[in-house]
Design a protein. Structure first.
Length: 375
């Protein structure tokens, strides 16, 4: 595929087969180069870092140096409340909790304006999903509400909305089309609003954080590139603002082998699924196995192609040695898909049971820790 044919669409559902192509095409730097530096700084890499799930970054090294020097740093990300909370969302939530433990301030945006403008999600429904699906699940995953600033775009106070107007003068429509492709008025406003979401924590009114880090999926890089361009252009006028840093993670595969998505519920595990339903989906998943058991024993399985192995890689097997054992047994043909699914479904059931107990505790509390839009 030619480079000109590669377009990342933050509002679509891209399936990226070769993440390494993004290094040259979009200037993303390989993450593995930072691992030795993390160890030198005494920072224990997260499970996503050490397993290559986070594959790239922009300026994370600068953020970590600032953090090490004691400068105020923040991590920012956002979610469009257009569907139920699934395992793909969870992976970003676990990253936020990781940085929070290091001492980063967390800003978590519920992009209700974007949900209305781009996906036509009714206002009341977007608010309900934002609180009961997203905020409640993030709290259940371990985010500390006293160190996390949850907000809805349409309820944000202060100069946040003024930034959107100022940023609109720092980019042309042609430039935005070159980044995003075909646009609608709703997408233009949504993109500029996301620039404000990323940069506003640098203003004194919101804490004056010297550096902002944005962990995202690879499809969100257009927003990062637009934000970095605008930050450079507006810096002489608003000196607090500088280009944000970013990390990029690979998509967790849905159970059909494509990108996990709320729009494909049969192939997606939601954290609110009844445990029996989630296990049923898991056991029906596509695998990286061969056509027959005999062929599997002879040729071995292909975990790199397997959605079931993805569940182990991302969250079900946090112990690296246990993960390596499962992978080796799969590749050698000694572990067949039926046994692998039985083992994984037991792990999945325990994980969901524990998470859902925690979630029940936070469902009502979630409404009290965020300012809900009035309309």
């Amino acid at each position: 595929m030619a480079g000109s044919e590669v377009r990342l669409d933050p509002w679509g559902r891209p399936e990226i087969k070769d993440y390494s192509r993004l290094y040259d095409l979009f200037g993303i730097r390989p993450f593995h180069e930072l691992l030795p530096r993390l160890k030198e700084m005494g920072v224990e890499p997260s499970i996503f870092m050490r397993r290559g799930i986070i594959f790239g970054h922009r300026d994370l090294d600068k953020v970590l140096e600032a953090w090490r020097a004691g400068e105020p740093v923040a991590v920012v990300t956002g979610f469009m409340p257009s569907g139920k909370f699934h395992l793909g969302h969870m992976t970003l939530g676990l990253q936020l909790a990781y940085y929070q433990r290091l001492g980063f301030k967390v800003f978590l945006c519920i992009a209700d304006a974007e949900a209305y403008a781009v996906r036509k999600v009714p206002r009341r429904e977007a608010i309900r999903i934002g609180v009961e699906e997203y905020i409640a699940n993030f709290l259940a995953l371990g985010l500390d509400p006293s160190k996390t600033e949850f907000y809805f775009q349409t309820a944000r106070k202060g100069p946040y909305h003024e930034l959107i107007q100022l940023f609109s003068s720092k980019v042309s429509y042609n430039e935005m089309e070159a980044i995003y492709g075909e646009l609608t008025p709703g997408k233009v406003v949504s993109a500029l609003t996301q620039v404000a979401d990323i940069l506003h924590p640098m203003l004194p009114e919101y804490g004056g954080y010297r550096w902002v880090l944005v962990p995202v999926g690879a499809d969100q890089d257009p927003h990062i590139r637009l934000t970095r361009d605008i930050a450079q252009r507006i810096n002489p006028e608003i000196e607090h603002i500088r280009p944000p840093a970013a990390t990029y993670q690979k998509f967790i595969r849905g159970l059909d082998g494509g990108k996990m998505s709320s729009s494909k519920p049969e192939f997606t595990i939601f954290l609110t699924d009844p445990v029996e339903e989630a296990v049923r989906k898991f056991r029906a998943s596509l695998t990286g196995g061969r056509n027959t058991a005999e062929e599997q024993r002879r040729l071995g399985g292909e975990p790199d192609k397997c959605p079931v192995f993805d569940q182990y890689l991302y969250y079900l097997l946090p112990d690296d040695s246990e993960l390596a054992s499962v992978e080796a047994r799969c590749r050698s043909g000694t572990l067949l898909c039926g046994e692998c699914k039985r083992f994984g479904s037991e792990r999945l059931a325990k994980f969901l049971e524990a998470h859902q107990r925690s979630l029940e505790h936070y469902k009502d509390k979630a409404w009290s820790i965020v300012e809900v839009p009035k309309y």
